[in-house]
Design a protein around this ligand. Structure first.
Ligand SMILES: Nc1ncnc2c1ncn2[C@@H]1O[C@H](COP(=O)(O)OP(=O)(O)OP(=O)(O)O)[C@@H](O)[C@H]1O
Ligand SMILES: O=P(O)(O)OC[C@H]1O[C@H](OP(=O)(O)OP(=O)(O)O)[C@H](O)[C@@H]1O
Ligand SMILES: O=C(O)c1cccnc1
Length: 479
Protein backbone atom coordinates (compact mmCIF):
# COMPACT_ATOMS: atom_id res chain seq x y z
CA UNK A 1 0.00 0.00 0.00
CA UNK A 2 1.23 3.45 -0.87
CA UNK A 3 2.06 6.13 1.63
CA UNK A 4 0.41 9.24 0.24
CA UNK A 5 1.35 11.60 3.08
CA UNK A 6 2.54 14.27 0.66
CA UNK A 7 -0.51 13.91 -1.58
CA UNK A 8 -1.89 17.19 -0.31
CA UNK A 9 -2.03 20.80 -1.36
CA UNK A 10 0.86 22.92 -0.14
CA UNK A 11 -1.52 25.29 1.64
CA UNK A 12 -2.65 22.50 3.96
CA UNK A 13 0.94 22.24 5.22
CA UNK A 14 1.39 25.99 5.56
CA UNK A 15 -1.90 26.18 7.52
CA UNK A 16 -0.87 23.23 9.69
CA UNK A 17 2.40 24.96 10.47
CA UNK A 18 0.43 28.11 11.25
CA UNK A 19 -1.94 26.24 13.60
CA UNK A 20 1.09 24.82 15.37
CA UNK A 21 2.70 28.23 15.77
CA UNK A 22 -0.58 29.73 17.08
CA UNK A 23 -1.12 26.74 19.37
CA UNK A 24 -4.36 25.81 17.62
CA UNK A 25 -3.09 22.49 16.30
CA UNK A 26 -4.59 20.47 19.17
CA UNK A 27 -8.04 22.08 18.89
CA UNK A 28 -10.69 19.60 17.86
CA UNK A 29 -12.57 20.56 14.71
CA UNK A 30 -15.34 19.04 12.63
CA UNK A 31 -15.26 18.96 8.84
CA UNK A 32 -17.99 17.69 6.52
CA UNK A 33 -17.38 16.17 3.12
CA UNK A 34 -20.33 16.88 0.84
CA UNK A 35 -21.13 17.91 -2.73
CA UNK A 36 -23.54 20.57 -3.95
CA UNK A 37 -24.59 19.13 -7.29
CA UNK A 38 -24.97 15.60 -8.59
CA UNK A 39 -22.87 14.75 -11.65
CA UNK A 40 -24.51 14.48 -15.11
CA UNK A 41 -27.72 16.13 -13.77
CA UNK A 42 -28.45 12.85 -12.04
CA UNK A 43 -30.74 12.95 -9.02
CA UNK A 44 -28.36 11.00 -6.75
CA UNK A 45 -24.70 10.17 -6.33
CA UNK A 46 -23.22 6.81 -5.39
CA UNK A 47 -20.51 7.13 -2.75
CA UNK A 48 -17.37 5.22 -3.68
CA UNK A 49 -13.80 5.29 -2.45
CA UNK A 50 -14.39 5.00 1.31
CA UNK A 51 -12.05 1.99 1.51
CA UNK A 52 -9.32 3.89 -0.33
CA UNK A 53 -9.71 6.74 2.16
CA UNK A 54 -9.20 4.13 4.87
CA UNK A 55 -6.11 2.77 3.09
CA UNK A 56 -4.80 6.31 2.87
CA UNK A 57 -5.35 6.99 6.57
CA UNK A 58 -3.95 3.64 7.67
CA UNK A 59 -0.72 4.32 5.79
CA UNK A 60 -0.43 7.98 6.60
CA UNK A 61 2.99 8.74 8.06
CA UNK A 62 5.89 10.93 7.05
CA UNK A 63 9.12 9.17 6.13
CA UNK A 64 12.57 10.67 6.64
CA UNK A 65 12.64 11.36 2.90
CA UNK A 66 9.30 13.17 3.06
CA UNK A 67 10.57 15.29 5.95
CA UNK A 68 13.80 16.03 4.13
CA UNK A 69 11.80 17.20 1.14
CA UNK A 70 9.66 19.45 3.34
CA UNK A 71 12.83 20.83 4.95
CA UNK A 72 13.81 21.86 1.43
CA UNK A 73 10.51 23.75 1.18
CA UNK A 74 11.65 25.80 4.18
CA UNK A 75 9.54 24.25 6.90
CA UNK A 76 11.25 24.49 10.30
CA UNK A 77 12.25 21.68 12.65
CA UNK A 78 9.35 22.31 15.05
CA UNK A 79 6.86 21.58 12.26
CA UNK A 80 8.82 18.62 10.95
CA UNK A 81 8.97 17.17 14.45
CA UNK A 82 5.21 17.49 14.73
CA UNK A 83 4.87 15.55 11.47
CA UNK A 84 7.36 12.88 12.54
CA UNK A 85 5.01 10.83 14.66
CA UNK A 86 1.90 11.67 12.64
CA UNK A 87 -0.89 9.16 12.91
CA UNK A 88 -4.55 9.80 12.29
CA UNK A 89 -6.26 9.81 15.69
CA UNK A 90 -9.63 11.31 14.85
CA UNK A 91 -13.22 10.10 14.62
CA UNK A 92 -14.96 9.71 11.27
CA UNK A 93 -18.57 8.86 10.60
CA UNK A 94 -19.67 8.34 7.03
CA UNK A 95 -22.13 6.83 4.62
CA UNK A 96 -21.20 3.18 3.96
CA UNK A 97 -19.44 2.74 0.65
CA UNK A 98 -21.95 2.26 -2.16
CA UNK A 99 -24.64 4.39 -0.49
CA UNK A 100 -26.84 6.73 -2.46
CA UNK A 101 -26.42 10.28 -1.24
CA UNK A 102 -27.75 13.68 -2.24
CA UNK A 103 -26.51 17.27 -2.49
CA UNK A 104 -25.51 19.06 0.74
CA UNK A 105 -25.61 15.93 2.89
CA UNK A 106 -22.53 15.22 5.00
CA UNK A 107 -21.09 12.04 3.52
CA UNK A 108 -18.08 11.96 5.81
CA UNK A 109 -17.94 13.79 9.11
CA UNK A 110 -14.39 14.15 10.35
CA UNK A 111 -13.77 15.14 13.97
CA UNK A 112 -10.09 15.43 14.66
CA UNK A 113 -7.23 17.61 15.81
CA UNK A 114 -7.11 20.63 13.57
CA UNK A 115 -3.60 19.57 12.54
CA UNK A 116 -4.85 16.21 11.23
CA UNK A 117 -8.21 17.22 9.81
CA UNK A 118 -6.59 19.89 7.67
CA UNK A 119 -3.92 17.62 6.18
CA UNK A 120 -6.32 14.97 4.94
CA UNK A 121 -8.69 17.30 3.06
CA UNK A 122 -7.02 17.07 -0.31
CA UNK A 123 -6.48 13.32 -0.53
CA UNK A 124 -9.95 12.63 0.79
CA UNK A 125 -11.51 14.87 -1.86
CA UNK A 126 -9.28 13.44 -4.57
CA UNK A 127 -10.28 9.86 -3.73
CA UNK A 128 -13.99 10.28 -3.07
CA UNK A 129 -14.78 12.80 -5.79
CA UNK A 130 -13.34 10.61 -8.53
CA UNK A 131 -14.71 7.25 -7.52
CA UNK A 132 -18.15 8.63 -6.66
CA UNK A 133 -18.25 10.35 -10.05
CA UNK A 134 -17.49 7.13 -11.93
CA UNK A 135 -19.78 4.96 -9.81
CA UNK A 136 -22.61 7.40 -10.56
CA UNK A 137 -21.85 7.48 -14.28
CA UNK A 138 -21.77 3.68 -14.32
CA UNK A 139 -25.11 3.59 -12.55
CA UNK A 140 -26.65 5.81 -15.24
CA UNK A 141 -25.20 3.65 -18.01
CA UNK A 142 -26.39 0.45 -16.36
CA UNK A 143 -29.83 1.98 -15.83
CA UNK A 144 -30.01 2.65 -19.59
CA UNK A 145 -28.81 -0.91 -20.30
CA UNK A 146 -31.82 -2.07 -18.29
CA UNK A 147 -30.34 -5.23 -16.82
CA UNK A 148 -28.03 -6.18 -19.69
CA UNK A 149 -24.42 -6.80 -18.63
CA UNK A 150 -22.18 -3.73 -18.99
CA UNK A 151 -18.44 -4.32 -19.32
CA UNK A 152 -16.03 -1.55 -18.34
CA UNK A 153 -13.52 -1.12 -21.21
CA UNK A 154 -12.03 2.28 -20.39
CA UNK A 155 -8.47 1.66 -19.19
CA UNK A 156 -6.84 2.86 -22.42
CA UNK A 157 -8.69 6.17 -22.28
CA UNK A 158 -8.61 6.77 -18.52
CA UNK A 159 -6.79 9.84 -17.20
CA UNK A 160 -3.74 7.83 -16.18
CA UNK A 161 -3.24 4.48 -14.42
CA UNK A 162 -4.93 5.36 -11.10
CA UNK A 163 -8.07 6.54 -12.87
CA UNK A 164 -8.10 3.28 -14.85
CA UNK A 165 -7.71 1.14 -11.74
CA UNK A 166 -10.00 2.94 -9.30
CA UNK A 167 -12.39 3.89 -12.09
CA UNK A 168 -12.87 0.20 -12.85
CA UNK A 169 -13.57 -0.47 -9.17
CA UNK A 170 -16.09 2.38 -9.01
CA UNK A 171 -17.72 1.29 -12.27
CA UNK A 172 -18.38 -2.16 -10.84
CA UNK A 173 -19.81 -0.65 -7.64
CA UNK A 174 -22.10 1.44 -9.85
CA UNK A 175 -23.38 -1.66 -11.64
CA UNK A 176 -20.92 -2.85 -14.30
CA UNK A 177 -20.61 -6.61 -14.37
CA UNK A 178 -16.94 -6.79 -15.26
CA UNK A 179 -13.86 -4.95 -16.48
CA UNK A 180 -11.19 -5.46 -19.11
CA UNK A 181 -8.65 -4.10 -16.59
CA UNK A 182 -6.62 -7.06 -15.36
CA UNK A 183 -4.86 -5.21 -12.55
CA UNK A 184 -8.18 -3.94 -11.20
CA UNK A 185 -9.46 -7.51 -11.45
CA UNK A 186 -6.57 -8.76 -9.35
CA UNK A 187 -6.65 -5.93 -6.82
CA UNK A 188 -10.39 -5.98 -6.17
CA UNK A 189 -11.38 -9.49 -7.14
CA UNK A 190 -13.77 -8.29 -9.83
CA UNK A 191 -14.61 -10.32 -12.95
CA UNK A 192 -12.22 -9.74 -15.87
CA UNK A 193 -13.48 -10.24 -19.43
CA UNK A 194 -12.33 -9.69 -22.97
CA UNK A 195 -12.93 -10.46 -26.62
CA UNK A 196 -10.27 -9.64 -29.23
CA UNK A 197 -9.07 -6.54 -31.12
CA UNK A 198 -9.19 -5.84 -34.84
CA UNK A 199 -5.44 -6.55 -34.92
CA UNK A 200 -6.15 -10.22 -34.17
CA UNK A 201 -8.45 -10.48 -37.17
CA UNK A 202 -6.00 -8.53 -39.39
CA UNK A 203 -3.05 -10.74 -38.40
CA UNK A 204 -4.51 -13.75 -40.22
CA UNK A 205 -4.88 -14.13 -43.98
CA UNK A 206 -8.64 -14.19 -43.68
CA UNK A 207 -11.32 -13.31 -41.15
CA UNK A 208 -12.51 -16.92 -41.11
CA UNK A 209 -9.04 -18.17 -40.23
CA UNK A 210 -8.78 -15.57 -37.47
CA UNK A 211 -12.12 -16.71 -36.00
CA UNK A 212 -11.17 -20.39 -36.29
CA UNK A 213 -7.81 -19.77 -34.65
CA UNK A 214 -9.50 -18.00 -31.73
CA UNK A 215 -12.16 -20.68 -31.37
CA UNK A 216 -9.47 -23.37 -31.33
CA UNK A 217 -7.90 -21.86 -28.21
CA UNK A 218 -11.02 -20.57 -26.47
CA UNK A 219 -13.83 -22.90 -27.56
CA UNK A 220 -15.87 -22.32 -24.40
CA UNK A 221 -15.70 -18.50 -24.39
CA UNK A 222 -15.79 -17.63 -28.03
CA UNK A 223 -17.07 -14.10 -28.63
CA UNK A 224 -16.01 -12.84 -32.06
CA UNK A 225 -15.42 -9.29 -33.31
CA UNK A 226 -17.36 -9.14 -36.57
CA UNK A 227 -16.85 -5.62 -37.95
CA UNK A 228 -13.28 -5.68 -39.31
CA UNK A 229 -14.28 -6.00 -42.98
CA UNK A 230 -18.03 -6.17 -43.54
CA UNK A 231 -20.24 -6.99 -40.58
CA UNK A 232 -23.23 -8.49 -42.38
CA UNK A 233 -21.62 -9.92 -45.51
CA UNK A 234 -18.47 -11.33 -43.95
CA UNK A 235 -18.22 -11.01 -40.14
CA UNK A 236 -21.52 -12.55 -39.08
CA UNK A 237 -21.55 -15.34 -41.76
CA UNK A 238 -17.97 -16.30 -40.80
CA UNK A 239 -18.84 -16.25 -37.11
CA UNK A 240 -21.80 -18.54 -37.83
CA UNK A 241 -19.51 -21.00 -39.65
CA UNK A 242 -17.19 -21.12 -36.65
CA UNK A 243 -20.10 -21.41 -34.22
CA UNK A 244 -21.41 -24.39 -36.21
CA UNK A 245 -17.99 -26.05 -35.95
CA UNK A 246 -17.93 -25.37 -32.21
CA UNK A 247 -21.44 -26.73 -31.77
CA UNK A 248 -20.46 -29.95 -33.55
CA UNK A 249 -17.66 -30.31 -31.01
CA UNK A 250 -20.13 -29.83 -28.17
CA UNK A 251 -19.33 -26.22 -27.25
CA UNK A 252 -21.80 -23.38 -26.76
CA UNK A 253 -20.55 -20.27 -28.62
CA UNK A 254 -20.84 -17.03 -26.64
CA UNK A 255 -21.48 -14.27 -29.14
CA UNK A 256 -20.35 -11.55 -31.47
CA UNK A 257 -19.17 -7.98 -30.90
CA UNK A 258 -20.09 -5.09 -33.19
CA UNK A 259 -17.76 -2.11 -32.75
CA UNK A 260 -18.78 0.25 -35.58
CA UNK A 261 -21.51 1.17 -38.02
CA UNK A 262 -25.18 1.64 -37.30
CA UNK A 263 -25.49 -0.57 -34.24
CA UNK A 264 -29.29 -0.59 -34.34
CA UNK A 265 -29.50 -1.80 -37.94
CA UNK A 266 -26.48 -4.11 -37.82
CA UNK A 267 -27.55 -5.79 -34.60
CA UNK A 268 -31.06 -6.53 -35.88
CA UNK A 269 -29.74 -7.96 -39.14
CA UNK A 270 -27.05 -9.95 -37.30
CA UNK A 271 -29.72 -11.32 -34.95
CA UNK A 272 -31.77 -12.49 -37.94
CA UNK A 273 -28.77 -14.33 -39.40
CA UNK A 274 -27.85 -15.90 -36.05
CA UNK A 275 -31.44 -16.96 -35.33
CA UNK A 276 -31.83 -18.40 -38.84
CA UNK A 277 -28.77 -20.55 -38.13
CA UNK A 278 -30.27 -21.67 -34.81
CA UNK A 279 -28.02 -19.58 -32.55
CA UNK A 280 -30.77 -17.96 -30.50
CA UNK A 281 -28.68 -17.98 -27.31
CA UNK A 282 -25.66 -16.28 -28.79
CA UNK A 283 -25.22 -12.72 -27.49
CA UNK A 284 -24.62 -9.59 -29.49
CA UNK A 285 -22.35 -7.17 -27.71
CA UNK A 286 -21.99 -3.55 -28.81
CA UNK A 287 -19.06 -1.24 -28.14
CA UNK A 288 -17.66 2.06 -29.47
CA UNK A 289 -18.27 5.45 -27.92
CA UNK A 290 -21.28 4.35 -25.94
CA UNK A 291 -22.88 6.20 -23.04
CA UNK A 292 -26.32 6.22 -21.46
CA UNK A 293 -28.07 8.37 -24.09
CA UNK A 294 -26.90 6.18 -26.98
CA UNK A 295 -27.72 2.98 -25.14
CA UNK A 296 -31.16 4.32 -24.26
CA UNK A 297 -31.75 5.32 -27.87
CA UNK A 298 -30.61 1.91 -29.10
CA UNK A 299 -33.03 0.30 -26.66
CA UNK A 300 -35.89 2.42 -28.03
CA UNK A 301 -34.88 1.38 -31.54
CA UNK A 302 -35.09 -2.22 -30.33
CA UNK A 303 -31.49 -2.88 -31.24
CA UNK A 304 -30.74 -6.57 -30.73
CA UNK A 305 -27.96 -5.96 -28.24
CA UNK A 306 -27.69 -7.87 -24.98
CA UNK A 307 -24.29 -6.80 -23.73
CA UNK A 308 -22.50 -3.46 -23.72
CA UNK A 309 -18.79 -2.63 -23.68
CA UNK A 310 -18.34 0.94 -22.46
CA UNK A 311 -14.99 2.68 -22.20
CA UNK A 312 -14.11 6.33 -22.73
CA UNK A 313 -17.38 7.98 -21.78
CA UNK A 314 -17.65 5.93 -18.61
CA UNK A 315 -14.12 6.10 -17.26
CA UNK A 316 -13.84 9.84 -17.95
CA UNK A 317 -17.47 10.66 -17.14
CA UNK A 318 -17.20 12.68 -20.32
CA UNK A 319 -20.35 14.81 -19.95
CA UNK A 320 -19.53 15.72 -16.37
CA UNK A 321 -15.82 15.42 -15.79
CA UNK A 322 -15.60 16.22 -12.06
CA UNK A 323 -17.67 15.85 -8.93
CA UNK A 324 -17.38 19.07 -6.97
CA UNK A 325 -17.26 17.50 -3.51
CA UNK A 326 -15.97 19.87 -0.82
CA UNK A 327 -14.70 19.63 2.75
CA UNK A 328 -15.95 22.39 4.99
CA UNK A 329 -15.45 23.32 8.62
CA UNK A 330 -18.71 22.79 10.53
CA UNK A 331 -17.76 23.09 14.22
CA UNK A 332 -14.92 23.71 16.66
CA UNK A 333 -14.66 22.27 20.15
CA UNK A 334 -14.34 24.83 22.92
CA UNK A 335 -14.39 24.01 26.64
CA UNK A 336 -15.74 20.55 25.95
CA UNK A 337 -18.62 21.73 23.72
CA UNK A 338 -18.89 21.96 19.94
CA UNK A 339 -19.33 25.50 18.63
CA UNK A 340 -21.04 25.49 15.21
CA UNK A 341 -19.30 27.31 12.38
CA UNK A 342 -20.82 28.56 9.14
CA UNK A 343 -19.37 29.74 5.85
CA UNK A 344 -21.33 32.62 4.40
CA UNK A 345 -21.25 33.33 0.71
CA UNK A 346 -22.81 35.72 -1.76
CA UNK A 347 -23.91 32.58 -3.52
CA UNK A 348 -26.67 31.01 -1.33
CA UNK A 349 -25.71 27.55 -2.68
CA UNK A 350 -22.32 27.97 -1.04
CA UNK A 351 -23.58 28.77 2.46
CA UNK A 352 -22.74 25.77 4.61
CA UNK A 353 -24.84 23.95 7.17
CA UNK A 354 -23.30 24.52 10.60
CA UNK A 355 -22.81 22.13 13.51
CA UNK A 356 -22.20 18.47 14.26
CA UNK A 357 -24.74 16.86 11.98
CA UNK A 358 -26.18 13.57 10.84
CA UNK A 359 -28.33 12.45 7.93
CA UNK A 360 -31.58 10.58 8.44
CA UNK A 361 -33.35 8.82 5.59
CA UNK A 362 -37.12 8.55 5.82
CA UNK A 363 -38.67 5.42 4.31
CA UNK A 364 -42.27 4.57 3.62
CA UNK A 365 -43.07 1.92 6.25
CA UNK A 366 -45.22 -0.04 3.75
CA UNK A 367 -42.91 -0.45 0.79
CA UNK A 368 -39.48 0.65 2.05
CA UNK A 369 -39.18 3.41 -0.55
CA UNK A 370 -36.95 6.33 0.34
CA UNK A 371 -39.15 9.40 0.74
CA UNK A 372 -36.80 12.19 1.77
CA UNK A 373 -33.65 12.87 3.79
CA UNK A 374 -33.26 15.15 6.76
CA UNK A 375 -29.99 16.75 7.77
CA UNK A 376 -30.16 17.14 11.55
CA UNK A 377 -27.99 17.98 14.49
CA UNK A 378 -26.41 14.86 15.87
CA UNK A 379 -28.18 14.96 19.24
CA UNK A 380 -31.67 15.24 17.76
CA UNK A 381 -34.05 12.32 18.14
CA UNK A 382 -37.09 11.54 15.99
CA UNK A 383 -40.05 9.97 17.75
CA UNK A 384 -41.29 7.62 15.05
CA UNK A 385 -44.56 7.01 16.91
CA UNK A 386 -45.51 10.57 16.00
CA UNK A 387 -46.13 12.03 12.52
CA UNK A 388 -43.08 13.76 11.07
CA UNK A 389 -43.39 17.03 9.16
CA UNK A 390 -40.52 18.27 7.05
CA UNK A 391 -40.27 21.50 5.12
CA UNK A 392 -38.37 22.89 2.17
CA UNK A 393 -35.28 24.76 3.42
CA UNK A 394 -35.94 27.80 1.18
CA UNK A 395 -39.66 27.67 0.34
CA UNK A 396 -40.55 26.85 3.93
CA UNK A 397 -44.29 26.76 3.22
CA UNK A 398 -43.74 23.60 1.19
CA UNK A 399 -44.32 20.88 3.72
CA UNK A 400 -44.77 17.14 3.83
CA UNK A 401 -46.02 14.99 6.69
CA UNK A 402 -45.20 11.31 7.12
CA UNK A 403 -47.46 9.14 9.24
CA UNK A 404 -46.22 5.60 8.73
CA UNK A 405 -42.52 5.83 8.21
CA UNK A 406 -39.22 4.31 9.20
CA UNK A 407 -35.97 6.12 9.64
CA UNK A 408 -32.36 5.19 9.16
CA UNK A 409 -29.26 7.08 10.19
CA UNK A 410 -27.01 7.16 7.16
CA UNK A 411 -23.68 7.90 8.83
CA UNK A 412 -21.97 4.96 10.50
CA UNK A 413 -18.74 4.87 12.50
CA UNK A 414 -15.60 4.49 10.40
CA UNK A 415 -12.95 5.66 12.88
CA UNK A 416 -13.38 6.07 16.61
CA UNK A 417 -10.49 8.10 18.01
CA UNK A 418 -8.03 6.76 15.50
CA UNK A 419 -9.25 3.18 15.64
CA UNK A 420 -10.64 1.75 12.42
CA UNK A 421 -14.08 0.28 13.19
CA UNK A 422 -15.52 0.04 9.69
CA UNK A 423 -16.00 -3.50 8.37
CA UNK A 424 -14.24 -3.82 5.04
CA UNK A 425 -16.27 -5.33 2.22
CA UNK A 426 -15.45 -6.92 -1.08
CA UNK A 427 -16.33 -4.96 -4.21
CA UNK A 428 -18.94 -7.62 -5.00
CA UNK A 429 -20.58 -6.98 -1.60
CA UNK A 430 -20.50 -3.22 -2.11
CA UNK A 431 -22.00 -3.61 -5.59
CA UNK A 432 -24.82 -5.77 -4.17
CA UNK A 433 -25.46 -3.19 -1.45
CA UNK A 434 -25.66 -0.38 -4.04
CA UNK A 435 -28.08 -2.39 -6.16
CA UNK A 436 -30.29 -2.89 -3.10
CA UNK A 437 -30.12 0.77 -2.20
CA UNK A 438 -31.15 1.73 -5.75
CA UNK A 439 -34.23 -0.43 -5.35
CA UNK A 440 -35.42 1.92 -2.60
CA UNK A 441 -35.58 4.80 -5.10
CA UNK A 442 -38.65 5.35 -7.23
CA UNK A 443 -37.87 4.99 -10.96
CA UNK A 444 -38.64 8.72 -11.35
CA UNK A 445 -35.44 9.51 -9.43
CA UNK A 446 -33.45 7.20 -11.69
CA UNK A 447 -34.53 8.79 -14.95
CA UNK A 448 -31.34 10.16 -16.40
CA UNK A 449 -33.03 13.09 -18.14
CA UNK A 450 -34.74 15.59 -15.82
CA UNK A 451 -35.14 13.20 -12.91
CA UNK A 452 -37.48 14.00 -10.07
CA UNK A 453 -35.73 15.96 -7.34
CA UNK A 454 -35.20 14.03 -4.11
CA UNK A 455 -36.05 16.07 -1.03
CA UNK A 456 -33.19 16.91 1.31
CA UNK A 457 -34.46 19.14 4.10
CA UNK A 458 -33.03 20.53 7.32
CA UNK A 459 -34.51 19.72 10.71
CA UNK A 460 -36.24 22.64 12.40
CA UNK A 461 -33.39 22.86 14.91
CA UNK A 462 -30.68 22.96 12.25
CA UNK A 463 -32.68 25.40 10.12
CA UNK A 464 -33.08 27.68 13.17
CA UNK A 465 -29.40 27.46 14.02
CA UNK A 466 -28.37 28.29 10.46
CA UNK A 467 -30.73 31.24 10.20
CA UNK A 468 -29.76 32.56 13.64
CA UNK A 469 -26.12 32.46 12.62
CA UNK A 470 -26.84 34.18 9.31
CA UNK A 471 -28.94 36.89 11.02
CA UNK A 472 -26.38 37.38 13.77
CA UNK A 473 -23.69 37.88 11.15
CA UNK A 474 -25.82 40.39 9.22
CA UNK A 475 -26.62 42.33 12.41
CA UNK A 476 -23.05 42.35 13.62
CA UNK A 477 -21.90 43.69 10.30
CA UNK A 478 -24.94 46.00 9.94
CA UNK A 479 -25.75 44.51 6.54
N1 LIG B 1 -38.42 20.02 0.13
C1 LIG B 1 -39.67 19.77 0.52
N2 LIG B 1 -39.91 19.40 1.80
C2 LIG B 1 -41.15 19.13 2.21
N3 LIG B 1 -42.22 19.16 1.43
C3 LIG B 1 -42.06 19.53 0.16
C4 LIG B 1 -40.77 19.85 -0.37
N4 LIG B 1 -40.91 20.14 -1.68
C5 LIG B 1 -42.22 20.01 -1.95
N5 LIG B 1 -42.92 19.66 -0.85
C6 LIG B 1 -44.33 19.38 -0.77
O1 LIG B 1 -44.59 18.30 -1.64
C7 LIG B 1 -45.81 18.48 -2.34
C8 LIG B 1 -45.57 18.60 -3.84
O2 LIG B 1 -44.81 19.75 -4.07
P1 LIG B 1 -44.48 20.33 -5.47
O3 LIG B 1 -45.69 20.30 -6.32
O4 LIG B 1 -43.74 21.61 -5.30
O5 LIG B 1 -43.57 19.22 -6.08
P2 LIG B 1 -42.15 18.74 -5.71
O6 LIG B 1 -41.36 19.84 -5.11
O7 LIG B 1 -41.64 18.15 -6.94
O8 LIG B 1 -42.40 17.64 -4.60
P3 LIG B 1 -42.92 16.12 -4.73
O9 LIG B 1 -41.67 15.32 -4.88
O10 LIG B 1 -43.55 15.82 -3.41
O11 LIG B 1 -43.83 16.02 -5.89
C9 LIG B 1 -46.42 19.73 -1.76
O12 LIG B 1 -47.27 19.34 -0.72
C10 LIG B 1 -45.22 20.49 -1.26
O13 LIG B 1 -45.58 21.36 -0.23
O1 LIG C 1 -15.26 3.32 -27.47
P1 LIG C 1 -15.11 3.06 -26.01
O2 LIG C 1 -16.37 3.25 -25.25
O3 LIG C 1 -13.94 3.78 -25.43
O4 LIG C 1 -14.84 1.46 -25.82
C1 LIG C 1 -13.63 0.88 -25.92
C2 LIG C 1 -13.12 0.90 -27.33
O5 LIG C 1 -11.81 0.46 -27.27
C3 LIG C 1 -11.59 -0.40 -28.37
O6 LIG C 1 -11.31 0.34 -29.48
P2 LIG C 1 -9.88 0.81 -29.95
O7 LIG C 1 -9.01 1.18 -28.81
O8 LIG C 1 -9.32 -0.25 -30.82
O9 LIG C 1 -10.19 2.11 -30.77
P3 LIG C 1 -11.35 2.49 -31.78
O10 LIG C 1 -12.43 1.48 -31.72
O11 LIG C 1 -11.78 3.84 -31.26
O12 LIG C 1 -10.70 2.58 -33.10
C4 LIG C 1 -12.93 -1.09 -28.51
O13 LIG C 1 -13.04 -1.71 -29.74
C5 LIG C 1 -13.91 0.00 -28.26
O14 LIG C 1 -14.27 0.63 -29.45
O1 LIG D 1 -12.09 -7.12 -24.71
C1 LIG D 1 -12.52 -6.26 -25.46
O2 LIG D 1 -13.33 -6.51 -26.36
C2 LIG D 1 -12.06 -4.82 -25.28
C3 LIG D 1 -11.23 -4.46 -24.27
C4 LIG D 1 -10.82 -3.14 -24.13
C5 LIG D 1 -11.28 -2.20 -25.01
N1 LIG D 1 -12.10 -2.56 -25.99
C6 LIG D 1 -12.50 -3.85 -26.13
Amino acid sequence: MRNLALLTDFYQLTMMNGYLKHKLDEDIVVFDYFFRKNPSNNSYTIVAGIEQVIDYLENLSFTEEDLQYLRGLNFDEEFLNALKGFKFSGTIYGAPEGSIMFPHEPILRVKARCFEAQLIETALLNILNFQSLIATKASRICEAADGDPVMEFGLRRAQGPDAGIYGARAAVIGGCTSTSNVLAGKMFDIPVVGTQAHSWIQTFDSELEAFQAYAAIYPDRCLLLVDTYDTLKSGVPNAIKVFQELKEKGYQPKGIRIDSGDIAYLSKEARKQLDAAGFHDVSIVASSDLEEETIYSLKIQRAAINGWGVGTNLITSSDSPALGGVYKLAAIEKNGGLIPKIKISENPEKITNPGYKKVVRIYDAHNNNAQADLIMLDDEVIDTTQPLTIFHPIYTWKKKTFNRYKIREMLVPIYEEGKLVYPRKTVAEIKAYTAKELQTLWPEYKRFNRPHLYKVDLSQKLWDLKNEMLNAYKEKNSL
